[in-house]
Design a binder for this molecule. Structure first.
Ligand code: NAD
Ligand code: TYD
Length: 352
């Protein structure tokens, strides 16, 4: 038995594959296009592991995906592959349309062709778990209740619109063709292997490098932060026990304003690795131009997954962020490699 994991060299995908082998021995076939966000170093510890195969390729390549499915006969596909950064989607939406919408369509068609030819038992047991985001629901006012699974889709950025489109395709392939799919909509993740274009890893690395910590606008935008390993556990629960055709919201019950996230991160860093000049890391905070169309608040109501599948996050933000900071302090090599040419170009383009 095996599973196919797409986007497996990215932040959450690589955490998922590593976490998978901590819990069972079933083989994993990892497929990833290795865009700027894909990093094979994340999976380096599995290089000689016979349970793991890595294939470089595009979810939109039907010939490739069909041949992988035919050869390895996985019992499930977990689809993490996507363009995932809102700011990049604002500067250039095309890749988001190509991977998140057209790529998902092609993936669905490859999986459908494979699935219809399976024997009855394998067909019944097969699952596609599609990994999505809370951003498809749009933005909440401060006093509105958190997003439930029945909240209307109101995406506001090219990223969230492309993810919303992919969720709709997945839903339609279930409704029309009977494909056994489950979708998860998760809040903001943080943890090891997070590419430093996103708020938390960017601020950790800038803090340590003595660079500014850029807060967009007034820093009062609220996100619901979840430690990545808790997300991985939720996906495993959904794969094993989730109901077909359903969507499950996944979140940390942990709403925080961006400025508070960065201030807390600074306080813990002051403790773990004090600045040599005696100043505080929070002295590096600066306010920069806001993101266009910046969503004010996301919040996830994760009651359904908790009641139906018994999933709850294990980490609080305080415990998870400590682990994350320590991981970045302990993995200077990973950091050095990630901060290479393309990443530097991005910083210049975005923060000049
Ligand atoms: P990421 O950008 O770190 O990783 C995405 C991975 O997909 C990369 O390894 C990239 O190379 C790969 N990829 C991109 N296009 C591909 C293609 N056409 N074919 C094959 N591989 C391709 O993203 P992430 O943060 O790990 O997010 C993974 C998934 O989880 C995404 O679908 C994202 O929308 C969703 N999600 C992310 C968060 C978060 O906070 N990061 C929260 C909720 C949901
Ligand atoms: P990000 O990590 O890009 O995730 P998302 O946009 O998917 O929520 O951003 C998290 C929040 O932090 C978001 O409100 C934008 C804000 N932010 C900053 O204030 N400064 C930054 O440099 C970045 C990258 C993000």
């Amino acid at each position: 038995m095996s599973i196919l994991v797409t986007g497996a060299a990215g932040f959450i995908g690589s955490n998922f594959v590593l976490d998978w082998f901590e819990h069972n021995n079933e083989s994993v076939i990892s497929l990833d296009k290795l865009t700027y966000a894909g990093n094979l170093e994340n999976l380096q510890s599995l290089q000689k592991d016979p349970r793991h195969i890595f294939i470089k390729g595009d979810i939109g390549d039907q010939a490739l995906v069909s041949s992988i499915l035919k050869e390895h006969q996985p019992r499930a596909v977990i689809n993490f592959a996507a363009e995932s950064h809102v700011d990049r989607s604002i500067l250039g939406p095309q890749d988001f349309i190509e991977t998140n919408i057209v790529g998902t369509y092609n993936l669905l068609e490859s999986i459908r062709a494979y699935w219809v030819d399976l024997d009855e038992k394998s067909k019944e047991n097969f699952r596609l778990v599609h990994i999505s985001t809370d951003e498809v629901y749009g933005s909440l006012e401060i006093n509105e209740p958190a997003f439930t699974e029945t909240h209307a889709y109101e995406p506001n950025s090219p990223y969230s619109a492309s993810k919303a489109a992919s969720d709709h395709l997945v839903r339609a392939w279930h409704h029309t063709f009977g494909l056994p799919v489950i979708t998860t909509n998760c809040s903001n993740n943080y943890g090891p292997y997070h590419f430093p274009e996103k708020l938390i890893p960017l601020c950790i690395l800038n803090a340590l490098a003595g660079e500014p910590l850029p807060i967009y606008g007034d820093g009062q935008q609220i996100r619901d932060w979840l430690y990545v390993k808790d997300h991985c556990a939720a996906i495993r629960a959904v794969l094993e026990k989730g109901r077909l055709g359903e969507t499950y919201n996944v979140g940390g019950w942990n709403e925080m304003a961006n400025l508070d996230v960065v201030k807390l991160l600074c306080i813990i860093l002051d403790e773990l690795k004090p600045r040599s000049d005696g100043l505080k890391y929070s002295d590096q905070i600066i306010y920069v131009k806001d993101r266009p169309g910046h969503d004010r608040r996301y919040a996830i109501d994760a009651t359904k997954i908790s009641k139906e599948l018994g999933w709850k996050p294990k980490e609080t933000f305080e415990t998870g962020i400590r682990k994350t900071l320590q991981w970045y302090l302990d993995h200077q090599d990973w950091v050095n490699h990630v901060q290479s040419g393309e990443y530097k170009n991005w910083l210049t383009k975005q923060y000049q």
